[in-house]
Design a protein around this ligand. Structure first.
Ligand code: E4P
Length: 221
């Protein structure tokens, strides 16, 4: 499973890139607004740090303008993935951008039928939003299972399932169990993946016992 980080915060991206665990980045207009920075400066900074796919979202809603925005974004770096919404115009833009060799992430997916259309439009990635479905008492992970099953029925579909709107580590474990290709995760949730109280308790006990021995590993030749 690949991990993307879902943020426009450069410090957080740099910190995670240093771990070697980061395979890509997703942004959206809300995350860019939260950063308070110029969109193109943010993209440049991210692409200077990360070699993997970096999703940058169009903000137009009509096909022609989406296409122009997508082409403009894709010019900024080789690893830019143009993010388009799951609308008719978004699907048309997906098809056209893919035909010119540009990677596309179709976002705001909330149903299996939408995911089928995105795959048929040649999307590089489909982004089903599990947390936002859970928020309205639907089952976000059931959608991931459905999409996995459907895509596996059609080997000519090359679209990767990018699980989005992740709210907690359980979403990531379940996505891995289902066989989703990628999770895009907010930085604080990526950090939570490593946490376990028994790890902390066990480490504290080992360190306390080691101290009693009076030994130091680095003192030895
Ligand atoms: C995906 O690419 C989106 O940026 C993101 O996962 C949305 O998550 P949210 O529902 O927490 O805003």
């Amino acid at each position: 499973m690949k991990f993307f980080v879902d943020t426009a915060d450069i410090d957080a991206i740099r910190d995670l890139a240093d771990t070697g665990l980061l395979d890509g980045v997703t942004t959206n207009p809300s995350l860019v607004a939260k950063s308070g920075r110029d969109f193109f400066d943010v993209l440049k900074d991210i692409c200077d740090i990360v070699d993997g796919p970096v999703s940058a979202e169009v903000t137009a809603t009509d096909f022609e303008t989406m296409l122009s925005e997508g082409q403009s974004l894709a010019k900024r770096a080789d690893n830019i993935v143009v993010k388009v919404p799951l609308t008719w115009d978004g699907l048309k833009a997906c098809k056209a951008l893919r035909q010119s060799g540009i990677m596309v992430n179709v976002t705001l997916c909330f149903s299996a039928s939408q995911a089928i259309l995105a795959a048929k439009a040649g999307a590089s990635f489909i982004s089903p939003f599990v947390g936002r479905l859970d928020d309205i008492s639907e089952d976000g992970m059931a959608l991931i299972s459905d999409i996995r099953e459907i895509y596996d029925n059609y080997p000519n579909f090359e679209t990767e399932i990018l699980v989005a709107s992740i709210r907690h580590p359980g979403h990531i474990v379940e996505a891995a169990r289902i066989g989703a290709d990628i999770c895009t995760v907010p930085p604080d949730i990526l950090h939570k993946l490593v946490q376990h109280p028994l790890t902390d308790k066990g480490l504290a006990a080992f360190l306390a016992d080691w101290k009693k021995t009076g030994q130091s590993i680095l003192d030895r030749k």
